[in-house]
Ligand binder design. Structure first.
Ligand code: NAP
Length: 278
């Protein structure tokens, strides 16, 4: 191992820089539906980080039986409210909700999570005028922080293909001139693909899905997965074994998580400045 990617430290440095650009006029509204424990924790983290930067937050807590229409009405109200700069719907939504319909209601200029069709479309086009989803954006910044490592020309393997993490990650890496393989539940012989990866990004949420023996010597590994086990939080990669051979790897926790929140702050500050310009 050459670099243990310290997500906390890199996120703190970004937050210190963002503190010089933030103002108490900025406001992020978060919609939290139901009482999923991890979601409550993530929302609390987002609120604390806003407080650190002096950004106002408003948390809208809704019961899990509140109904999709009421959430859509709330989003529409926040879209119209000039005091609100960023709107985030904390995922997951209750089962059977039409998640794409709910997300598509958010005004793209306030969509600081980057999950509306407009922003995901802009990302696919390679435009830099939209908002990029916070987790893949955070991963990209972490990769860029590795000394003497360039994404260009590398074989990047992304495991997990959600529209929240895996797919936008694969798109970002494509734009950074990597050759990208995107693996998912139906991928045959995952081991074969992982073994080719100069750069491996895993976003599944299955502990030890990737044994250390699969990880390529001297590769870079970003583990987005988070699973709660009796041993505490663990990622998708068998860390103890992988750490011995890689060039750089993120720990879980303390890797990708803090960077996701920092990127949310970056997007919120940018949203404010762009809205002021109109
Ligand atoms: P998700 O929507 O459940 O997506 C998981 C993806 O993994 C899906 O594409 C799924 O395929 C695929 N998959 C399932 N089993 C697989 C297998 N055996 N082999 C290969 N692929 C498989 O989850 P997500 O929202 O993308 O999040 C993924 C993980 O990252 C979770 O653990 C989550 O907690 C974590 N996460 C962390 C952060 C952070 O800031 N650190 C942020 C977001 C998410 P199908 O689509 O075919 O089912």
């Amino acid at each position: 191992l050459k670099v243990l990617i310290d997500g906390k430290k890199i996120a703190n440095a970004l937050l210190d820089d963002l503190k010089t650009k933030s103002s108490p006029l900025m406001r992020l509204d978060v919609i939290l539906i139901g009482n999923d424990a991890p979601s409550q924790l993530y929302v609390k983290k987002k609120k604390q980080t806003c407080m650190r930067l002096g950004i106002k937050t408003c948390i809208h807590k809704m019961g899990k039986f509140c109904g999709e229409m009421n959430v859509i009405r709330l989003i529409q109200r926040l879209n119209e409210d000039p005091e609100v700069n960023g709107i985030l719907v904390q995922l997951p939504l209750p089962p059977k909700w039409d998640i794409l319909n709910v997300l598509s209601q958010i005004d793209p200029t306030k969509d600081v999570d980057g999950l509306t069709p407009i922003n995901l479309g802009k990302l696919t086009q390679g435009s830099d005028t939209g908002f990029i989803p916070c987790t893949p954006l955070g991963c990209l910044k972490l990769i860029q922080s590795i000394p003497d490592f360039s994404i260009q020309g590398k074989h990047a393997v992304v495991v997990g293909s959600s529209f929240l993490v895996g797919k936008p990650m694969a798109t970002l890496l494509t734009h950074a001139n990597a050759t990208v393989t995107l693996c998912h539940k139906y991928t045959e012989n995952l081991e074969h693909h992982v073994r080719q990866a100069d750069l491996l990004v895993t976003a599944v949420g299955k502990p030890n899905l990737i044994p250390g023996t699969w990880v390529k010597e001297d590769s870079v590994v970003l583990d987005v997965g988070i699973s709660r086990t009796e041993l505490g939080l663990v990622g998708d990669v068998e860390f103890d074994h992988a750490v011995e051979k890689v060039r750089a790897i993120t720990p879980v926790p303390g890797g990708v998580g803090p960077m996701t929140v920092a990127c949310l702050m970056e997007n919120t500050i940018r949203a404010f400045h762009e809205q002021m310009r109109i």
